[in-house]
Design a binder for this molecule. Sequence first.
Ligand code: SF4
Length: 290
Amino acid sequence: MKVDVISPYGYCAGVISALNKAKKAKAIHPDADIYLLGMLVHNEETVEELSKLGLKVIDEKKVDLLEALRGIEEGSYVIFSAHGHPKAYEEIARERKIKTIDSTCVFVKENEEAALSDLSKGKKVIYLGSKGHLETTGFLANVKAASFFDVKAKTLEKRKPLGETTDPIVYSQTTLSLDEVNMALDILKGRYPNLTLGRLRCHSTTLRQNAILSLPNEVEAVIVLGSKTSNNSVKLFELAKRRNKPAFLCLNKEEVRKLDLKRFSYVALASGASTSRENFFAVKEYLESL
Ligand code: SF4
């Protein structure tokens, strides 16, 4: 089978940095209780690997992170995820004498800082995001004066009045899909014709999505490696389906092996930002052996 490799592949820079910080913390403090507040990366296999190292993972989909933070024992360590967090969490940790390690991705931080800077100059800001995602929760908590456009509900929540503004600056969650951003901009431009764009999707997300959109027509199917809990992997899968050819979202080689791929001779292999290179190359090798 011929396999087109979609670049970039493997973990993104933000995930690599977060994983290194978590592993280093455990190596330096082997006997300490170290909690990952929110899924450090949205990938079940990677999280299992971290759990085996003795790191305690707190899943934001199962428990309220603020409550979980308040329940952590004094003297423990907490690692904030690559997706960001409300700054108020840092104050709570300080009061409770919990040590913190911040693994927030630089792109997430830069989005918040740029939006705060625009607001300080009297500009209005609208943030596009997926309600409940860690990054969106963090941004809205830290940039309180931003209005929020929920890409799932397709509605603008005016947390702060936009008044007679016609030229707000639009920011977005780094892992949204091109389709989601375009849909939101189409709606918003009807109301705010002079809007301008601030920082939107991150480099890693944009390159992977663009590569899928520019695949040659001869590619018969696209396999996206990533977790169903990973926003950017799901977005790659949705874009791949837009080609009107088969597309699959699989966590690993075991799941790919269950697919009926005999009918294809030319496929493309993509991966979300929370999929390891080892996983990627194991699947590539398997596909090429078919
Ligand atoms: S997907 Fe982008 S913003 Fe998110 S951690 Fe990776 S590089 Fe950072």
